[in-house]
Write a protein that binds this ligand. Structure first.
Ligand code: ADP
Ligand code: ZN
Length: 215
């Protein structure tokens, strides 16, 4: 399947993407994971992106388009992909449309995961992430804690609060979403690609996607 997952920070895009990869071998492409990996590796891309990310701002469109143009041409994308965190602005969406046409790729649909703001805030404040850039597993100190406090179940690295998960940066990320990313809902609705799922559980989202794709 070839999907875009739209939704505010904390809506569960990453969790849904991981569940979907298990269904048919499509790959998850998370621009946030790619960028955090680059920041930890202190690559040129990472050094450029770091300041924006810590503040909860979007990194410039040109950086993201460079990453995605390469990524979508890697062989593992042929089976299908789940775009998690991209596109995030109207210019990114417009460039993606052109890129997909050029690569002769057709999207199945764009799924908007719609979660109430109070739930988003609560989730983001209690979210913890494995600091191993190759793992980046996600936990929640109340609803999904690791077996050993502070240690990743999968790889044994420390789990930490992301630098952009302070209350100030979280509020800013939600505002940025409403201002820059929410307009994509209308953009894709006009193209007839949008499926909106009001959901508080990732399982509900999976069910809705399966039903739409007849899986
Ligand atoms: P979340 O969805 O929880 O906000 P992500 O892991 O998707 O987190 O992204 C983390 C940060 O990476 C964003 O706040 C932003 O700075 C940067 N980022 C990720 N994807 C994009 C994108 N498509 N365009 C611009 N910035 C991005
Ligand atoms: Zn880990």
């Amino acid at each position: 399947m070839k999907l875009i997952l739209l939704g505010a920070p904390g809506a569960g895009k990453g969790t849904v993407a991981k569940l979907l990869t298990a269904l048919d071998g499509s790959v998850q492409i998370s621009t946030g994971d790619i960028l955090r990996g680059a920041v930890q590796a202190k690559s040129e891309l990472g050094l450029e992106a770091e300041g924006y990310m810590t503040r909860g701002d979007l990194v410039p469109d040109s950086l993201i388009m460079g990453i995605m143009e390469k990524r979508l041409q890697e062989p593992d994308c042929a089976k299908g992909f789940l775009l998690d965190g991209f596109p995030r602005t109207i210019p990114q969406a417009e460039e993606l449309t052109q890129l997909l046409t050029r690569l002769d790729i057709k999207l199945d649909m764009v799924v908007e995961i719609d979660v109430p703001r109070d739930i988003l805030l609560d989730r983001l404040c209690t979210r913890r992430t494995c600091e191993n850039p190759k793992c980046q597993s996600i936990y929640n100190i109340t609803s999904n804690p690791p077996k050993v406090v502070g240690i990743c179940d999968k790889c044994g690295a420390r789990i930490v609060q992301r630098e952009d998960e302070t209350e100030m940066a979280i509020t800013h990320r939600l505002e940025t979403y409403n201002e820059k990313t929410a307009p994509l809902v209308g953009f894709y609705r006009e193209k007839g690609l949008l499926v909106s799922v009001p959901a508080t559980s990732s399982d509900d989202v999976i069910k809705a996607i399966k039903a739409k794709l007849n899986l």
